[in-house]
Design a binder for this molecule. Structure first.
Ligand SMILES: C[S@@+](CC[C@H](N)C(=O)[O-])C[C@H]1O[C@@H](n2cnc3c(N)ncnc32)[C@H](O)[C@@H]1O
Length: 284
């Protein structure tokens, strides 16, 4: 079967299963299984190439798994984030494009600081910490993750990228006591989903770890506020906290941070889709 026909069949099958971007997923799975890049796959499609039988079988097996809504990134084993390619899979949260807004705000906060110190609390795959270490090679970057499994992915990503991140395993609420009062920027994309807001997407609900999703308490803000409290201890006066949140928490989180009594200039920022996404606060 020619590539074009195979891709059209796969796209239809994925669309019928409710996969949000069936055509691109079909192409990306083919790129993965053939070890080619996307442009190369598209070229081969136009040229009417065929696939060897064994590769076609392997491809259709992947399409079948994607049809059952296994995340694309679990099938390819990688996720793109802020210009980096990261290793991901079962047991770790897949980094999302909307989190790049937080990275941009963190880079703005670091602007003009020489050899700044940054700590990323709840680092998962290490996405935010690695993006910052990549963009600011002079920064001293630390990161902590509670899940042993997710921490293993972060270790693999630190090794694969060769970037310098002081990666630790443990509770964010108790991390980096050695840096108390000396950190310039704390970033965090903690678990924040309210208990009754079970995600609609199967990929999220069944494949992202529960520990990465639910923030605790009815409003999902228990862990985020504990993490913010820790950030208050780690940051120097004038240091900046940047915390991602659910779109419904754009007023609630800033209000709760103001109530902690250690923050000034608390303001919320929107993502590229215009949804409330990141709260910025300055340590008094
Ligand atoms: C929403 S995910 C975000 C991961 C990563 N920061 C990103 O943006 O891709 C939240 C992460 O926090 C971790 N986590 C949950 N509770 C934690 C805690 N108390 N201390 C440290 N990490 C925690 C989860 O295991 C998960 O990896």
């Amino acid at each position: 079967m020619r590539l074009d026909r195979l891709l059209r069949t796969a796209t239809t099958a994925l669309a019928e299963a409710g996969v949000p971007s069936p055509a691109v997923d079909a192409e990306l799975l083919l790129a993965h299984v053939t070890g080619r890049d996307l442009a190369d796959v598209r070229r081969a499609r136009i040229l009417g190439e065929d696939l060897p039988e064994a590769t076609r079988t392997a491809y259709l097996q992947l399409v079948e798994r994607r049809r059952s809504r296994v995340p694309l990134q679990h099938l390819t084993g990688s996720a793109h984030f802020a210009g980096l390619e990261l290793v991901v899979g079962p047991g770790v949260f897949v980094p999302r494009p909307e989190t790049e807004v937080l990275v941009d705000l963190a880079l703005q906060a670091l602007d003009g600081l020489d050899r700044p110190t940054v700590v990323d609390l709840c680092t998962g795959s290490g996405a935010i910490a690695l993006a910052l270490a990549h963009a600011r090679p002079d920064a001293v970057v630390g990161a902590v993750e509670l899940s042993v499994e997710a921490h293993r992915y972060a270790v693999a990503n630190v090794e694969a990228t060769g970037l310098a991140v002081d990666l630790r395993q443990g509770r964010a609420q108790e991390a980096f006591g050695d840096l108390a009062g000396r950190v310039d920027v704390v970033t965090s994309n903690p678990p924040y989903i309210p208990a009754d807001a079970v995600p609609v997407d199967v990929e999220v609900r069944e494949h992202d770890p529960q520990l990465a999703l639910y923030g605790g308490g009815e409003d999902g803000l228990r862990v985020p506020l504990e993490v913010a409290e820790r950030a208050g201890l780690l940051l120097r006066p004038g240091g900046v906290l940047l915390m991602e949140h659910a779109d419904v928490q754009g007023e609630e989180l800033p209000r709760a941070l103001r109530a902690q009594g250690v923050w000034r200039e608390v303001a919320d920022h929107r993502d590229l889709a215009g949804k409330p996404r990141v709260t910025r606060a300055v340590r008094s």
